[in-house]
Design a protein around this ligand. Sequence first.
Ligand SMILES: Nc1ncnc2c1ncn2[C@@H]1O[C@H](COP(=O)(O)OP(=O)(O)OP(=O)(O)O)[C@@H](O)[C@H]1O
Length: 311
Amino acid sequence: MTAVVRLKNIVKDYGRYRALDSVTCDIGPGVTGLLGPNGAGKSTLIKVLMGLVRVTSGTGEVLGIPLGSDFRSTRARIGYMAEDDCYIPGLTGVEMVQFAARLSGLPKIEALRRSHEILDFCGAEQERYREVDGYSTGMRQKLKFAQAIVHDPDLLILDEPTAGLDPEEREQMLSRIQVLSQRAGKAVLVSTHILPDVREVCDNAVILVSGKVRLVQSLDVLKKPSAPVYHVRFTGEHSTFLDRARQDGVRWEVEENGTVALDGLDAGNVHLVWDWARETGTAVRSLTPTRNTLEQMFMDAVRDAGDAGER
Ligand SMILES: Nc1ncnc2c1ncn2[C@@H]1O[C@H](COP(=O)(O)OP(=O)(O)OP(=O)(O)O)[C@@H](O)[C@H]1O
């Protein structure tokens, strides 16, 4: 993998507060999800990549350019879609995109031509001629996305690109991200809280918790359902139930909190749990399918950080 971003032991302190703590990771081509709870350091990491904040220590490179060296060149090759609205009141949509294109150095006519082309790609119809002040959330997201890609950057950094979108708009946004990655070869970093978006569109995920990288993993691995698949809690005695499950070839493991993890069941034969309970007179308090791996890893990473009493 040729890394688009390489980070080694990046530390960022805001005064006495450590927002990034020895962050080491490579981000490759394709779409990478940057996940983490509020305050995890995602925005700070994005600011580091864009050269908007200076790191306290550590080294790295973005698109082959060392961090801290030539941020003008780096930024010219990054497209950034901020989470917050960023528009100039009174301008129309196409004027806003043209403005972004002009800022990135395109001549006026070329900037206008390119803006229309990108707004077409973003599915913005006649709304492009209306003032942005009156835009719906969906249209504002399209506009920010158009501004981020109008200069044809190599790396796209998108902060919560589907926030506030209805299901249809969300699908369209995710599909545009995929088109840019797969057909135009753009590297994309998507910062989000929305795990289904990551599952749908990302090739890799980086989980950041309390300023530390907790996981860097490919979605091929994360999408595989984890085993065991079902967790059962009982009220009272349940050893005969477990013996019965074993007779049917189902393995089980008792976890620390007393929950039993049953391996070898799926949606097609999970009804056996109720059959065994009836046969053996066992009271089942709850039966829960295990979360898929991405959700599980995310929850585990957040919980582990909490257990360690970090921040
Ligand atoms: N300029 C700053 N000065 C002091 N502390 C800051 C500054 N910017 C961010 N922080 C703190 O650093 C931590 C990480 O913030 P950051 O915005 O990077 O997290 P985040 O993962 O993007 O969170 P969110 O998802 O809520 O936007 C937070 O606790 C935040 O309060």
